[in-house]
Design a protein around this ligand. Sequence first.
Ligand code: F0G
Length: 427
Amino acid sequence: MSTNIWLECIKCSQKYEINKIRYTCDCGALLEVKRDLSKIDGKKLLQTWEKRWGAKRGVVSSGVWRYKELILDLPDDEIITRQEGNTRLYPAGKAGEYAGLNNFLLKHEGENPSGSFKDRGMTCGITAAKMLNAKIVACASTGNTSASMASYAAGSGFKAVIFIPSGKIAYGKLAQALAYGGKTLQIEGNFDDAMSLVQKVCDKLNIYLLNSINPFRIEGQKAILFETLQQLDWQVPDWFILPGGNLGNNTALSKGLMELYELGIINKIPRMAVIQAEGANPLYTMWKNKTEFVPVNDPDTIATAIKIGNPISWEKSLRGIKWTNGVVEEVTEQEIMDAKAMVDASGIGAEPASCCSVAGAKKLVDSGVIRSDESVVGILTGNLLKDPDAVVNYHLDKLSDYGIKGNFKNSPIVIDATVEAVKNAIG
Ligand code: F0G
């Protein structure tokens, strides 16, 4: 490992060695991975990345490790990968019309091996676990991080311990954690309680923490940005728009942007729009009212992936939003599920939290923050099949508990088993 890489406090700039386990500074703030970018030739790096595009096998066929120089530059045989990334960038179709955008692309991170964007951070996090000689890994999760961690751990001989909130974790995600053999601990309390517990547990029991507080997770997640820009031949869109929960993902994207900019690989910084659910909106409240950060005590949303009241990375996230002249928006439950109906009806499909990207785009176009002729990339963070209950209940109009109507529902029709009945039904 090169000595040009270290951990650094985002607040007081204290530096720490990269090969010691640490997530926070002595001052209490979060750490991030820093590297000496002046030692990297941006032009040459770009050529290397272009040559690797389309590699059929090997570590660099991964849509994360293709960019290993800005992820974690280890020898190939020290890297744990499932060829993650390489996800599609779709024209948004009906979802674009719905949002009122002429040039809207959706990067479908639900096409990763475990069905969410988490795999990009996880391949890097679990590789760091190996580098640091950890044996047991743990995370608190609303479902996708745990599914991803359990999968990578199962494939590479780590023991996985998962902390999930009681109730309201989407079935597809719980199924994955159990299936991949993660030791799954359901705790009394919500995600924020689980997050606070897992930090204490990892500290006391010498377990490696793989939430996005882990700086290596953020490094891997930057690859969403790198790959999207490579798919666009490094032509930078006007906006990136994505959901915000624990706020690791937007942190990663903005960090990646600043690195590419510093290396001269891009010459423009796109604006970042982070979208929170109305019932779990601490970053939005802070940003809108220009107040101190205040956690939401009892977060609630049908988008269970982002049902988080006390996001661990809010400071890093806010810094990135400022870097990119970005915005924060909130969306209602109805807006999330109607946007989801449009993403699904486009034939693309995604889980509820992902569709904040489209709901937020519509809202920002309606309010004039994003112009309809601007180019926008929305990140779809998770696969439609992660949460089939949300889909079926919307189309059966059974979400009144959340105050949601099936505005664009496609309900099944019960008919007699006759040709005549079929003819009447299909019109
Ligand atoms: N979308 C999905 C599908 C998610 O699973 C998450 C986070 C987010 C968006 C928000 O991303 O936390 O980086 O702001 N899920 C975490 C988990 C918290 O445990 O799976 P973020």
